[in-house]
Design a protein around this ligand. Structure first.
Ligand code: LLP
Length: 423
């Protein structure tokens, strides 16, 4: 079931506080994260696997790179899946040691690869070209340098075609039929080959693809041992664990998944460590987006609720047609009367947050809460229509703290230059 929150006298409560008070104190639109939920989610998924075998959770920080949230996960003992030098540097700044960060890029430039090498973090290679270019960068230092490879498993999953990554012909990973040759080449070059990795896609609602991808990784692991005498330390089956976005949607049983996957690895290989890269699972339901209703319009066949957050703040509905549950925080659990389109202030007809939702008599000034906003919410937000990025707040046990200030117009102008001749 989707995570829901308590109401007290018609007011939504979040992290032991009134959501309406948070909106009033910090302004809207605003992302609000409950620290305890981040911790609970991390512990649940870690324990589901670690009770059976050595486990590393590589939090896929693309979901949410706020430094305070990264600090929480650093304290929990998490490792990191980073996709860019920017993410690597952000995680270092948040206090992660380089050994706890694994960089998996795609279409990586030489410049970025050099910078990543300089940080000392772990490198997971996505292509044969990247392997050769890394070898040039390392020179003599490549002997004994630890690496692993992302492979294309031929298994794909996800909430939509835009986020499916593991199918045959994908731009990601070493193509299945090149895997053996690539590992052989890495061995010849003298690398210390640590593991194998694949990612099927993001946010699907079944666990079958995880079983399928682990089967592929196990088969490859055993072939590497038998055919090339390469003994891997870890199998990393990627991220993609879905979470329920709709009230009645079922959640994925991570305990069952943990039992099944660790059993497969322990039974069928000599590998001692499993890694996984959940992003959404750890932060999605920890965060709500609070917005204010600016405008209510009856447009004949449709009624509109216009809020102060559009696809500049949360792009997932417009971009993926993703469902996000919404509720009025100041009329929480009140009887609902009519259906509305919940839309933002961006000048495009595709700018919407929710279609066709029954709401309790929404009025200007009401606080509309968007659920499940912690993953790919702020991290995909933009300044489109010259709207500065919004603020973020962390709530813990009834106390709220700002963890990102809202940008100002000066931030938007800061890096722009009007050439002298145009002044
Ligand atoms: N590992 C790799 C190699 C990935 O590419 C991704 C996500 C993850 C892990 C984490 O996936 P997660 O556990 O969060 O599903 N912006 C989209 C999701 C894009 C995911 C891209 N890769 C969305 O808003 O749904």
């Amino acid at each position: 079931m989707m995570r829901d929150f308590e109401g007290k006298d018609g007011i939504m409560q979040f992290g032991g506080m009134s959501a309406v008070e948070i909106a009033e104190r910090f302004g809207t639109p605003i992302y609000v994260t409950d620290e305890q939920i981040v911790r609970e989610n991390y512990r649940r998924v870690y324990e589901a696997f670690s009770r059976f075998m050595e486990t590393e959770i590589h939090y896929a920080c693309k979901a949410n790179t706020n430094l305070a949230i990264l600090r929480i996960l650093e304290q929990e003992g998490s490792c990191i899946d980073a996709v860019s030098i920017g993410e690597v540097l952000t995680c270092l700044k948040a206090g992660f040691s380089p050994e706890r960060i694994m960089y998996t890029g795609v279409n990586v430039s030489d410049k970025e690869l050099k910078e990543v090498v300089d940080t000392g973090c772990r490198i997971n290679i996505d292509s044969e070209s990247e392997l050769e270019r890394l070898s040039e960068i390392l020179g003599d230092k490549r002997k004994g340098f630890p690496i692993s490879f992302r492979v294309t498993p031929g298994v794909s999953s996800g909430h939509g075609t835009k986020v499916m990554t593991g199918g045959k012909g994908s731009k990601f990973g070493i193509p299945y039929n090149r895997v053996m040759d690539t590992y052989a080449r890495a061995k010849e070059l003298g690398y210390d080959i640590k593991g194998i990795h694949a990612h099927t896609g993001s946010g699907g609602n079944t666990t079958d693809p995880f079983i399928e991808v682990v089967e592929v990784l196990i088969e490859l692991t055993n072939r590497l041992k038998d055919e090339l005498d390469i003994h891997l330390e870890f199998i990393d089956f990627g991220g993609g664990l879905g979470v329920p976005y709709k009230p009645q949607e079922e959640e994925c049983d991570v305990n069952e998944l943990g039992a099944e996957i660790t059993d497969m690895i322990l039974e069928e290989t000599d590998v001692k460590k499993v890694c996984l890269e959940p992003g959404r699972y750890i932060v999605c339901d920890s965060t709500i987006l609070l917005s204010k209703i600016n405008d209510v319009k009856d447009a004949g066949p449709k009624r509109y609720v216009g809020i102060d957050a559009g696809f500049n703040v949360l792009i997932r509905p417009s971009f993926y047609d993703s469902y996000h549950h919404v509720a009025l925080a100041n009329k929480f659990n009140k009887a609902c009367v009519a259906k509305y389109e919940v839309v933002g202030p961006i000048c495009e007809s595709g700018d919407y947050i929710a279609h066709d939702r029954i709401l309790p008599d929404p009025k200007e000034g009401d606080i509309l809460c968007v659920y499940n906003a912690g993953a790919y919410g702020f991290s995909m937000s933009s300044r489109y229509n010259s709207r500065p990025l919004c603020a973020e707040v962390l709530v813990n046990d009834g106390k709220a703290e700002l963890i990102r200030e809202a940008e100002t117009m000066d931030d938007l102008w800061k890096h722009q230059i009007i050439p002298e001749r145009l002044r």
